[in-house]
Design a protein around this ligand. Structure first.
Ligand SMILES: [Zn+2]
Length: 332
């Protein structure tokens, strides 16, 4: 039941549901929060906050808050059980965000072939194997041509906005970014865009990022390597460490944590960035301590100062060097 509920909430992110009800919000300062008028009580000044990362809402006006199911309970005046039944009936149609997201990913994948600058960028970041680029479906967003392409395919502007592919002004969300699709149950649920220009390097579309990257293939291994970023993962896969997954940052969502801790006795190597402020290392130790009670042994791996797995391999470290780092990892 718990797992099914989680899947339901992943399949139908709270923000998508609210937008289907024509709710709209504006960014509320922090990266993953939007604020707009509360659909649950009459108000003239926005006090309804949606955290797209946590997939939760909270209204400072009426004090209500919770997840998608709680929202349906309150807005439809249904019991918990009936709210779930109600949500399960919300069938996915061809214009649903997951489908439009897959179309966008395929379009970006084709763009990469025409962009020498983006392919050079990947090469500089150590991602050279054409079959890996194909397998990860890495693409490139030049910016300015996605909206036109998808509306020509018959997608409405609203469905593009709902998916976060274009903003409220109708401009593409991604400009000059190398794009990695994020999958959940074989569906594209989000896109990660890595800037190849001067813009802030990391960007996701609004909405959940899904579970651990490529979990369907990685979960079979008894030893798992967890990294922060997709460029870390790409170079490790290329070096033969196919048991590498990625959490898109150093903080796991509740769902990702459950994936990682579902099978006890699986050994987890945590290889986060060795930043100057120790943020990555602190997160790594915190995660290792949280995994211990779930009978999942975890080891925190140290790379040379200032390195992340990507920069370490790009700087010339071999698969054997990296394997040595794993061997030297500390057990808590
Ligand atoms: Zn309210």
């Amino acid at each position: 039941m718990g797992e099914d509920l989680e899947k339901l909430k992943q399949r139908l992110p709270l923000l998508d549901y609210l937008q289907q009800l024509n709710w709209s919000g504006v960014p509320a300062g922090h990266g993953s929060e939007l604020v707009g008028l509360c659909p649950l009580h009459p108000e003239t000044r926005p006090s309804f906050y949606v955290n797209t990362f946590k997939n939760l809402f909270y209204c400072h006006g009426c004090g209500q808050g919770g997840d998608l199911i709680r929202f349906v309970e309150l807005s439809q005046h249904l019991s918990f059980r009936l709210s779930i039944a109600y949500l399960e009936r919300q069938k996915t149609s061809p214009a649903e965000p997951s489908d439009v997201m897959a179309q966008a990913a395929a379009f970006y994948q084709r763009q990469l072939r025409h962009c020498l600058e983006a392919r050079r960028y990947l090469e500089q970041r150590g991602v050279r194997d054409p079959s890996l680029i194909e397998e990860l479906r890495i693409g490139y967003a030049p910016g300015g041509n996605l909206r036109r392409h998808l509306t020509d395919q018959g997608y409405s502007s609203e469905s593009l906005q709902r998916a976060g592919l274009v903003n409220l002004q109708g401009c593409d969300a991604f400009y000059r970014r190398v794009v990695f699709p994020c999958y959940q149950d074989a569906q594209v649920v989000n896109l990660y865009g890595r800037s190849i220009g001067a813009a802030f390097p990391h960007r996701f579309l609004l909405g959940p990022k899904g579970g651990l990257f490529a979990w369907e293939s990685v979960r079979q291994f008894s030893t798992i390597i967890l990294v922060e970023g997709l460029l870390d993962l790409a170079v490790l896969w290329q070096a033969g460490f196919r048991n590498t997954t990625c959490a898109f940052g150093s903080h796991l969502t509740a769902f990702q944590f459950r994936q990682l801790s579902a099978e006890p006795d699986r050994l987890v190597y945590i290889v986060f960035d060795q930043d100057d402020n120790q943020a990555g290392q602190l997160s790594a130790y915190q995660l290792a301590r949280r995994l211990a009670p779930a009978s999942v042994p975890a080891r925190v791996v140290h790379l040379p100062a200032g390195q992340d797995p990507n920069s370490y391999l790009v700087a010339g470290a071999t698969a054997a060097d990296f394997a040595d780092c794993l061997k030297g990892a500390q057990q808590l």
